[in-house]
Write a protein that binds this ligand. Structure first.
Ligand SMILES: [Zn+2]
Length: 106
């Protein structure tokens, strides 16, 4: 793996995270919206619309971030762990995986 490849993959990850945070936040803040009530009322009883919209939005947001991380983040070839954006500096500086210490940049 090269530094440029890692940076490209991290960029895709951020694009995915930002793209999905827009509908998630829309769901969270549209607790009184008709569509949202429709979705929410399927899963919860009618007294808790805004709570279920909030839970739905948060699930979408965190589930999406988790999924984007699994799908887009570069992985260490030795231990298979993802290199998160917060660990990018460590990888660039040391050329090693922050989890297992194996060399990841050739
Ligand atoms: Zn590793």
């Amino acid at each position: 793996m090269t530094i440029n490849k890692i940076k490209r993959e991290q960029k895709k990850y951020w694009v995915a995270v930002y793209a999905l945070s827009v509908p998630s936040i829309a769901v969270i803040f549209s607790a009184s919206n008709e569509t949202c009530i429709g979705i929410a009322s399927k899963y919860m009883d009618k007294g808790s619309f805004s709570l279920s919209a909030l839970i739905l939005g948060l699930l979408l947001l965190f589930g999406g971030i988790f999924y984007a991380g699994r799908k887009f983040l570069p992985k260490c070839s030795a231990c298979g762990k993802s290199i998160t954006p917060y660990q990018l500096g460590v990888v660039v500086a040391t050329k090693n995986c922050p989890s297992c210490g194996e060399n990841v940049i050739s």
